[in-house]
Design a protein around this ligand. Structure first.
Ligand code: GUN
Length: 301
């Protein structure tokens, strides 16, 4: 049996099209569009490429977008003042500060300064708390976990009463996706187990999973023998294992591998996300959705 491949780019296109149409409708009815600012500090190449793609995508779906680049030497106070400026800016519904930040700046202090109602990254403690409470309290689920849930739902994978095993307990992925899938809600209602580096018998837990979500950042951590035949496997790992020359552009690009061995896992799983081309494209897509929702909350629609 070969698994159904869950394609991130295909779902991205579907969701971005829905967002574009909603933006046009809101513009026609209310005369406003969602506004997103991305704040990039320094010149880390990976951060530049992420932020560029975020802004390009925001432009594509019809948002008002600002890319605010700041030098590596910016002080914590200067960055806090900049965030305050965007907190007060009526045209801005979403503020994203690209992480990591330089050493002189405390990441959490900066995240805490963002207005929780503009924290479209879902990283502010208020939004982490809202996610924990669930239901109507949730405003901005963090983007990668929200994207994972969307992939599961749109692929028709049943979650009701399903055994979900999440590998990895990070604040960015593991903890929030566990919270999302155990909510009393459609596309959730699962029995969730979260396993991590100190878990005994990680293999035994994984073997029970109807839905196995792996976000450990360790290439090939999950062995193919640990996958229950027919399970849905969501691989969140993005591990740079080398470099190659791109056939398309002739440029040197990273060779990426997930936390699961895709080639053998796809012969056992019922459905699976590849790396690249799986969860990755969903993160930016959900950032757009959160920014659109931020404007909708403000307008009360
Ligand atoms: N750096 C890597 N991933 C992320 C993310 O999801 N949000 C932000 N703000 N920075 C990141």
């Amino acid at each position: 049996m070969t698994a159904k491949i869950i394609s991130g780019p295909q779902l991205r296109e579907e969701i971005l099209e829905e967002i574009t149409q909603e933006v046009e409708a809101i513009k026609a009815r209310h005369g406003v569009v969602p506004g997103l600012v991305t704040i990039l500090v320094g010149e880390d190449p990976a951060s530049i490429s992420y932020v560029t793609l975020k802004i390009k995508t925001a432009h594509r779906v019809g948002f008002h977008e600002i890319q605010d680049n700041q030098p590596e030497s910016i002080s914590e106070d200067e960055l806090l003042s900049l965030i305050e400026k965007y907190n007060r800016d009526d045209k801005i519904n979403g503020i994203l500060v690209q992480l990591p930040l330089p050493k002189q700046i405390n990441d959490q202090k900066i995240i805490n300064a963002i207005d929780p109602d503009k924290d479209v990254d879902g990283l502010h403690p208020v939004n982490a708390g809202r996610l924990m409470i669930g239901g109507d309290a949730v405003k901005f689920p963090s983007c990668t976990p929200a994207g994972i849930q969307e992939m599961i739902i749109r692929s028709g994978i049943p979650t009701e009463g399903a055994e979900v095993v999440v590998v990895g307990r990070s604040n960015l992925v593991g903890k929030p996706i566990a919270n999302i899938l155990l909510q009393k809600a459609k596309g959730a209602n699962a029995t969730v187990t979260l396993v991590h580096t100190r878990t005994k018998n990680m293999a035994d837990h994984c073997k029970r999973a109807d839905i196995l979500i792996v976000a450990a950042g360790v290439p090939n951590l999950v062995k193919t023998e640990w996958i229950k035949p027919g399970a849905c496997v969501i691989d969140v790992g993005v591990n740079r294992v080398g470099e190659k020359i791109s056939e398309k552009t002739g440029k040197t690009i990273a060779i990426l591998k997930g936390d699961v061995d895709f080639e053998t896992a796809k012969e056992v799983a019922g459905s699976i996300t590849p790396v690249p081309g799986g969860v990755g494209p969903m993160t930016i897509t959900m950032l757009m959705k959160n920014t659109l929702n931020s404007l909708k909350f403000k307008l009360g629609i």
